[in-house]
Every structure is written in structure tokens, then in C-alpha cells.
Write a protein of this length. Structure first.
Length: 263
């Protein structure tokens, strides 16, 4: 269980606190600034990055006593939009003194994660191997939300898209390792026109707006999608889900292509 976690939510209302110990010399408040941990100590010092190695979060509530420890800090210098700090995290449960990596390895073999503000005084931890983390590294940074580029909605749409969560109800239907071509109407990600791929779907903040073909036919069919999500029933199949037409739909933020057999 510990090695399969990709996202954990930390809120002040759920009673989490920081154990700083002698290395930090004072207690303080930890928050997320973008994708970065920032620890403000009671003595006025502000600590970031390497200064936080060894920091432990002790979770209260249902997970009482469980520790999340920052073991190392690196950086993804190639992340779209600028570098993102990557934290090597370990998880220790009070009933099991052995530590385990918080994150599974991503496509580059990194076991890393970072925090994202939840907008309610707390933050969630996400891994680079999970959809939330991947979408941030692709350039969809929810903390950079503006009137011109709705980054929060783009990030949500990206998470649904990566998971092939057509109804936006946290029912993924993709398969690990599936290659897809992703692009958006703002030019953050551009289409690569990979051979053998056809238009799959257009995506909004709450899931797919239309589906030309399912990504993994063995996992879900167009008929299944129509039965499960009646709002999509009239927008399924290539005749009802046209790429050019969807580019004119303002709710469509992201688009993707994926391998599909020819009709």
C-alpha cells in the first residue's frame, strides 16, 4: 500500500504538523509555493530545497503517527514552463519501522514528487509517476492560472485525458505505457503528428466533450461510454467527434490522438 500512493492530501483541518527537530532548531509552518515546499520558522527564517532535507511531516487523524520524510531534492530542468523541484520522499508507518518510497518510479526511473496547493490552506503531495505530476511537468501549472490561460482547468483536463477518464468521474480506462499525442489550444503542448495515431477525444475541465474512439478498446467501448455517460451519447464515434469541429468549441481545452485500428 505504501509504495502505491501517488497523491496524499494534507490540510490544516486534518491536523498535520511538522517535526523539525534539532536540525531546524524551531517549529514552523510548511506550505506549497507553486510546486515547492516552503518552511517558515517561528524565528523568521524561511527554508527551501536542500535546507529541508531530513524534514518530517507527522500525520495525525486516521493515519496518526505516519511520517513522510524529505530525503533529497533534485530538479527537473526540462519541465515545460521552467524548472520544477523534485523531492525524494519516504513513508514510515508507526506499525512498521521500515521506510518505503512514497512514489513509484516514473518513465525516467525517478521516485520523486512535489506539493500542490489545494486552495484551502493545505496541499497535496503528487508524484511524477502519476497523472497530476505528469501534467505539471507538461506545462499545466494550476498555480499560474490567468484570465487568458485557465491553467487550473487545463490541469484538470490533462489529468482526465491522461487517465482516459472520459466521464471525469475518476474511472480511468487507459493502460500504463500507452503512447499518446497531446496538444492544446494555447500551444503549451503541440501536436507531433505521430504516424499510426488518430484523433481520440477533445477534453474539458470535467472530462471528454466527445470521443472518436476509445484509447483501449479492451477496457471500454464507445457503447460502454454512451451507457455510462448519457451526456456523451450523441458525441461518440468519428462522425460525431471531429477534430476540426472541436477546435471551434471553446470548452475544448485539450486534444489527443492515440493508436487505433482503421475502420
Amino acid at each position: 500500500m505504501r509504495t502505491s500512493i501517488s497523491v496524499i492530501l494534507l490540510r490544516a483541518s486534518l491536523l498535520w504538523f511538522v517535526t523539525t527537530g534539532a536540525a531546524f532548531g524551531a517549529s514552523g509552518q510548511l506550505r506549497a509555493q507553486g510546486a515547492e515546499f516552503v518552511l517558515q520558522l517561528e524565528d523568521g527564517r524561511i527554508l527551501k530545497r536542500d535546507a529541508l532535507v531530513g524534514l518530517k511531516l507527522v500525520l495525525a487523524g486516521e493515519t496518526g503517527g505516519t511520517e513522510i520524510r524529505i530525503d533529497a531534492v533534485d530538479e527537473d530542468a526540462g519541465a515545460v514552463g521552467g524548472p520544477i523541484p523534485l523531492y525524494r520522499l519516504s513513508l514510515v508507518h508507526p506499525a512498521d519501522p521500515a521506510s518505503a518510497d512514497f512514489c513509484r518510479p516514473d518513465a525516467y526511473g525517478r521516485r520523486a514528487g512535489f506539493p500542490l496547493s489545494d486552495g484551502a490552506g493545505g496541499f497535496r503531495l503528487t508524484c511524477t509517476s502519476g497523472a497530476e505530476g505528469k501534467c505539471v511537468l507538461m506545462g499545466y501549472r494550476p498555480w499560474e492560472d490567468t484570465e487568458d490561460i485557465p491553467m487550473k482547468d487545463l490541469h484538470r483536463a490533462c489529468v482526465h485525458m491522461l487517465r482516459a477518464d472520459y466521464g471525469g468521474d475518476d474511472h480511468p480506462s487507459t493502460r500504463n505505457g500507452t503512447v499518446i499525442d497531446i496538444y492544446d489550444r494555447f500551444g503549451i503542448q503541440k501536436a507531433e503528428r505521430v504516424g499510426g495515431m488518430r484523433f481520440e477525444a477533445a477534453w474539458g475541465r470535467d472530462g471528454a466533450l466527445c470521443v472518436a474512439h476509445p484509447r483501449i478498446a479492451e477496457n471500454i467501448s464507445l457503447e460502454d461510454i454512451g451507457r455510462r455517460y448519457p451526456a456523451l451519447a450523441g458525441f461518440l464515434g468519428p462522425a460525431s467527434c471531429d477534430e476540426d469541429a472541436m477546435k471551434a468549441e471553446p470548452r475544448a481545452l485539450l486534444f489527443n490522438r492515440s493508436p487505433a485500428p482503421l475502420p
